[in-house]
Design a binder for this molecule. Structure first.
Ligand code: ASP
Ligand code: MG
Length: 436
């Protein structure tokens, strides 16, 4: 068996869903379990309904309208979603009357995105001759704790497989959703359906988890910056984690951990060109892979430097800095540590409040409009000359760098550059490591 997960854009409208039907058809011999996200944008719209307790009737109308248009576009029964949509309308009315939505109610509201899209996709498959059944993960044994909004799964004991075995045709399971031990609906956190796909893959002992998106897999660099960037055929799980640390959204590594622990291969594929092989992600990589895997980058970065007043010993100074960052829930990287100073790269959006919170620990200096570029590959190569190659390119092009160096495990080299030199930097490094 395999898992095929389709994200919000892949099920974003009637045309996209028709494409999904054909992609599923192509994999029927592998006995797929399909996992779907809400139609693109629907979770945001539902979140707005839950957040503004005074949510206008109109906001719900718009969501309902969107789904009805998709039904019409697919020539499906226009009443298909009536029961679900009526429940959503009732729930929204409740939120309006109460004037607020708790985290628990918010998850119930959000759940409708996936519940609706699973029904649409199952009906679209059936209409094209592929028998399929919509499955609500919360009814199918996806049990979680009760941390609404970011629920964590309770280990599966075979219940999910037993449930899915009884389903007629292809199960089309809601991503993102679960239920706590009391049966309350929970969500796994935004973009959680990759996580659902990994958990379901483990539960059914899948041979492969396919993540269908709208790009030809993971690229050697962002194709918007580097026109000759190309899809990477194979990479390791660590490479994906490294990419994510540079802001890549391609796959959330934490969401993939269950699959990797069970040695299940993950493939990122493109709904728009299903014949393309996409990118295969293996738990461990063999030596045949190119030493440098990808050039990653993150924009909207600010470098915040704190120079200690020297009232604290270094270890206490560092402890205080990182305690502040923890307090502010601020993720950082890269970091440069000196004897009495620290420079951290953070998201530009956080710079005001972070600088203010660090000011009690030392003199703060901010360099805004930076970008971080990372070369991702084998530590053995990057540690032995790879880093010099990176820096030589920077010197040759007269690009000044800060926070330059090997990452903690040696498998990345990063440089912070001025935002206006970003494209040039990425292109230079790409042509250096991926010539012709
Ligand atoms: N629909 C949810 C979201 O937009 C989950 C997902 O798409 O993965 O966050
Ligand atoms: Mg999404």
């Amino acid at each position: 068996m395999i898992v095929m997960k389709f994200g919000g854009t892949s099920v974003g409208g009637a045309a996209a869903i028709r494409q999904v039907v054909e992609v599923v058809r192509g994999q029927l011999p592998l006995r797929p379990v399909v996992v779907v996200s809400a139609h693109a944008g629907v979770t945001d719209a539902l979140q707005a309904v839950a957040r503004t307790a005074a949510a206008e009737e109109a906001a719900i109308d718009a969501i309902i309208e969107r789904h009805q248009q998709i039904l019409v576009g697919l020539q499906l029964d226009e009443r298909l979603l009536d029961a679900e949509l009526a429940d959503l309308r009732d729930l929204a009315r409740g939120v309006r009357l109460l004037g607020e939505a708790s985290a628990k109610i918010t998850d119930a509201v959000l759940s409708f995105g996936e519940r609706l899209s699973a029904r649409v996709v199952a009906a679209a498959l059936t209409a094209k001759g592929i028998e399929a059944t919509a499955v609500d993960a919360f009814a199918a044994g996806m049990v979680t704790d009760s941390s609404f909004g970011r629920a964590r799964p309770v280990p599966d004991d075979g219940r999910m497989l037993r449930y899915l075995d009884e389903v007629t045709g292809v199960p089309v399971v809601t991503g993102f959703l679960g239920a706590d031990q009391d049966g309350n609906i929970t969500t796994l956190g935004r973009n959680g359906s990759d996580y659902s796909a990994a958990l379901i893959g483990v539960a059914i002992a899948a041979t492969e988890i396919q993540i269908w998106k709208d790009v030809d897999g993971v690229h050697t660099a962002d194709p918007r910056l580097v026109p000759d960037a190309r899809p990477i055929p194979t990479m390791g799980f660590e490479d994906i984690a490294n990419l994510a640390s540079f802001g890549s959204k391609v796959l959330h590594p934490a969401a993939m951990v269950p699959a990797m622990q069970h040695g299940i291969r993950i493939r990122v594929r493109n709904t728009l060109s299903p014949e393309a092989p996409g990118t295969t992600i293996e738990a461990t990589v063999d030596d045949a892979l190119p030493a440098v895997r990808a050039i990653a980058h993150r924009t909207s970065v600010a470098l915040v430097s704190v120079r200690s007043h020297r009232l604290l010993p270094q270890h206490a100074f560092l402890a205080r800095i990182f305690a502040e960052l923890h307090e502010m829930e601020c993720d950082v990287g890269p970091v440069a540590v000196g004897e009495a100073a620290v420079t951290i790269a953070i998201d530009d959006a956080n710079v005001g409040r972070i600088a203010a919170s660090l000011a009690s620990l030392g003199d703060v200096q901010i360099a805004s409009e930076r970008a971080v570029v990372g070369v991702i590959g084998d530590a053995a190569v990057l540690e032995n000359g790879g880093i010099a190659d990176v820096l030589k390119e920077m010197v040759g092009a007269d690009i000044s760098v800060r926070c330059a160096g090997l990452g903690a495990l040696g498998s990345t080299v990063s440089v912070a550059v001025a935002a206006e030199r970003l494209t040039e930097t990425v292109r230079l490094l790409h042509s250096r490591f991926f010539p012709g």
